[in-house]
Design a protein around this ligand. Structure first.
Ligand code: ATP
Length: 290
């Protein structure tokens, strides 16, 4: 049973004040893009995981393993993960694998859980997991787990500049808090951007590029100064929009067309501002059996 699952980029990531439980209230517009991991589930008497990438944990801390345990405690499965989504890259790769494991195990074990039920279980594993099941474009509120689909038209062409090494999501949030405290920034309650939703409904890539927001970007840049140059390079190469993806360090560039995206990839690769660059389009559907 093989499931393909997309990465996400955040089109708007607005970070509100810290709540009593230590999390922030967010307005998080997720957009699923055609960078896919694959998770294959097969019979086994225990839960085990194999992966083609050395940086992925193979124990109970693997999110796909946690997903299998959460779906049916005590049942065994072998999970084989083929990784294409950058690790600790701000594109929710671990959450994507958890979502894929939920769909694959649900089918392998014939449990008959609905997508809504899987999303509920996914929400207990991490706030990005429900979106990886849903796909498309959606706004998440609360910690990001209450999802509402967003109307979009057209296809958007993206370029992702991949960095060496990852950034820890909790560290980036911590840095965001530190910067806000140090600068005395007034933290406002986050609301959904009207210019962003209009651009998406109109299929207007230029307006979308101008509306991209990521409140974590200053913190990610503070922790990885080189991202400044990467973003500047993409802008100079004519990207309609440039931002750090989620907590980084992957940078996302919105291109004018598929052709422009391919040109951007070649130029970014040649510029030395990133480890590699890849194209992807969005929106794409969530985790699905292939
Ligand atoms: P997000 O965008 O949701 O903040 P991310 O894309 O920055 O996440 P992930 O790739 O999800 O980061 O990985 C974060 C950490 O989670 C990794 O450093 C790794 O130790 C752990 N992890 C657990 N399961 C997985 C998995 N299946 N794939 C990748 N990393 C995993």
């Amino acid at each position: 049973m093989t499931v393909r699952v997309p990465a996400k980029v955040n089109l708007q990531l607005s970070v509100g004040p810290i709540r009593d439980d230590g999390f922030h209230d967010l307005v998080n517009v997720f957009h699923a893009v055609s960078l896919f991991d694959e998770v294959t589930a097969s019979e086994s008497d225990r839960v085990e995981v194999v992966c083609d990438h050395a940086d992925v944990p193979l124990g109970d801390d693997n999110l796909a393993v946690r997903a299998a345990h959460a779906l049916a405690p005590g049942r065994g499965v072998r999970l084989e993960i083929v990784k294409n989504i950058p690790i600790a890259g701000g594109m929710a790769g671990g959450s994507a694998d958890a979502a894929a494991a939920l769909v694959a195990c649900n089918a392998l074990w014939n449990l008959g859980r609905t997508t809504e039920e899987l999303m509920e279980i996914g929400g207990t594993l991490g706030s990005d997991v429900p979106f990886a099941l849903l796909g498309g474009t959606a706004v998440g509120t609360g910690k990001g787990e209450h999802l509402t689909p967003v109307e979009t038209s057209g296809v958007y062409h993206w370029v992702f500049a991949l960095a060496d090494g990852g950034l820890s999501t909790p560290k980036v949030y911590g840095e965001c808090d530190r910067i806000r405290e140090a600068t005395g920034e007034q933290v406002v309650w986050p609301t959904l951007s009207e210019s962003l939703t209009k651009a998406l409904a109109d299929g207007n890539a230029e307006a979308l590029g101008a509306s991209l927001v990521n409140d974590l970007q200053p913190a990610a840049i503070m922790l990885r100064r080189s991202l400044h140059r990467t973003l500047d390079e993409g802008r100079e190469l004519g990207a309609l929009g440039a931002l750090v993806s989620g907590s980084g360090p992957t940078c996302a560039f919105l291109a004018e067309s598929e052709m422009h995206a391919r040109e951007l990839v070649v130029s970014l690769r040649g510029s030395g501002v990133c480890r590699d660059a890849v194209t992807a389009h969005g929106p794409v559907p969530g985790a699905a059996i292939v």
